[in-house]
Design a binder for this molecule. Structure first.
Ligand SMILES: [Zn+2]
Ligand SMILES: [Zn+2]
Length: 205
């Protein structure tokens, strides 16, 4: 089975090798597959991350309760409902260096006595502005030029609240089951070909 869509669509950060797994993570979701199930390139894993990952996965020698991941339809998910205008490029898909601070993010000026520096009031320290006709434009890296970005909206799956974006994609994984009574912060899932962890979101956010 081809899992490269997990990287391209869901995680969008190059996977790496951890123990005998191909590991995909962006901090909000973590998916691991036996390395032989993934054909693409794998980066190596730093000892720091390796230790953290060992702590993250639940001890599966304890019985944990899993239920079938509900269908998109029963969760009432509208595909694409998580896409909104990219805040970086304001939907333009292109950005340009801020002409006011020349991409420094700060402006400075001096008097006879002092030199001052302040956050640029045009880009608010962002260094880049949504496509500006006065400057050379480049593709917005935040949205890969699509002008849209993924927003976190809550989706209740049994006793956990996770991002609708991840809930949608987990429901597409064949044989996906999700843990009941996850920890306070995270919930474990398993599917045909791998398993993973997704961070819960709190409704106050
Ligand atoms: Zn953008
Ligand atoms: Zn600026």
């Amino acid at each position: 089975m081809d899992f490269s869509w997990i990287y391209k669509t869901v995680v969008r950060i190059e996977p790496f090798r951890w123990q005998n797994y191909a590991l995909f993570t962006n901090g909000s979701i973590l998916i691991r597959l036996p390395a032989q199930n993934y054909n693409g390139e794998l980066e190596s894993c730093s000892p720091f991350h390796s230790k953290r990952l060992t702590d993250l996965f639940p001890d599966l020698s304890h019985r944990i309760s899993l239920k079938p991941f509900p269908s998109t339809k029963s969760l009432g998910i509208e595909p694409g409902s998580w896409l909104k205008e990219c805040p970086k490029c304001k939907g333009a898909g292109k950005v340009a260096q801020c002409p006011e601070c020349e991409g420094e993010g700060v402006v400075s000026w001096e008097t006879a006595y002092h030199e001052y520096e302040a956050t640029c009031q045009t880009c608010w320290g962002d260094k880049l502005l949504p496509g500006d006709s006065r400057a050379e434009q480049m593709e917005c890296a935040d949205c890969s030029g699509t002008g849209k970005s993924v927003w976190i909206t809550p989706c209740q799956v049994y006793d956990s609240v996770i991002s609708t974006f991840y809930a949608y994609h987990l429901s597409l994984l064949k044989g996906c089951k999700i843990q009941i009574n996850g920890t306070e912060d995270q919930v474990y899932f398993v599917f045909d070909g791998g398993d993973g962890i997704v961070m819960k979101i709190s409704l106050e956010d």
